[in-house]
Design a protein around this ligand. Structure first.
Ligand code: CA
Length: 224
């Protein structure tokens, strides 16, 4: 089996080479890009298994890079944010980032995040063996990784897909935010339950009212 390739998009030379050194020591292959455009090109030429993306880049911000990468692939993206602003995290997650790490960080923490998104990505490849699920006009095919509303395909990020999949599998049941975090993001996800709310809103928008995700006050959500 080949090495797991990580694409590091970060313009600060010292931080980038420091992270690369740690990741290589852990047995990863590391590609580096010093700006957004270079990172997008490199991702197309040598598809990575994980992208580590700095928010502050010289040519475009990390959000834009994330948006463009998401058009092409479901690769797990970990955002590096220098700020601890909650809005950055929310915007990043809405755009399809899988996780984030706030600078300054311990490199061991970053390595742990990388391993965690890889585990979750692998778990996604082997779904629970369910066939296509449907509710009203919404249908989801776990094997083909496709969602459609009234027969029309709907683009979803990997997380949105996983969340809808879990909700459909548990149709009619009230699911707590904590339960959704654990089941969809994994026990070791560092984010808080606000992450769940952000993704629920995205999924609601994409379903356009074709199926209802009801808010259960004091608990979480229910699909019906
Ligand atoms: Ca930077």
């Amino acid at each position: 089996m080949g090495k797991t390739r990580i694409l590091l998009i970060e313009d600060e030379e010292s931080i980038a080479s420091f992270m690369a050194m740690y990741l290589r020591k852990e047995g990863f292959e590391v590609d580096m890009a010093a700006d957004g455009a270079g990172g997008i090109k490199l991702a197309a030429r040598r598809p990575p298994q994980v992208v580590i993306l700095d928010l502050m880049l010289p040519d475009m911000d990390g959000f834009e890079v994330c948006r463009r990468l998401r058009r092409e692939s479901d690769v797990p993206i970990i955002m590096l944010t220098a700020r601890d602003a909650a809005t950055d995290k929310v915007v990043g997650l809405e755009l399809g980032a899988d996780d984030y790490v706030t600078k300054p960080f311990d490199p061991r923490e970053l390595v742990a995040r990388v391993k965690s998104v890889l585990r979750r990505a692998q778990a996604r490849v082997q779904p629970a063996g369910t066939g296509p699920l449907s509710l009203g006009e919404v249908s989801l095919d776990p094997e083909r990784h496709e969602v459609s509303v009234a027969g029309k395909p709907v683009q979803m990020t990997a997380k949105e897909f996983d969340l809808l999949h879990y909700l459909l599998m548990n149709e009619g049941l009230a699911l707590s935010r904590q339960q959704l975090l654990e089941q969809v993001w994994g026990y070791d996800f560092l984010g808080d339950t606000r992450t769940v709310d952000v993704h629920i809103n995205q999924v609601r928008k994409k379903l356009g009212g074709a199926a209802e995700i009801e808010t259960v006050w004091g608990v979480g959500y229910k699909m019906k």
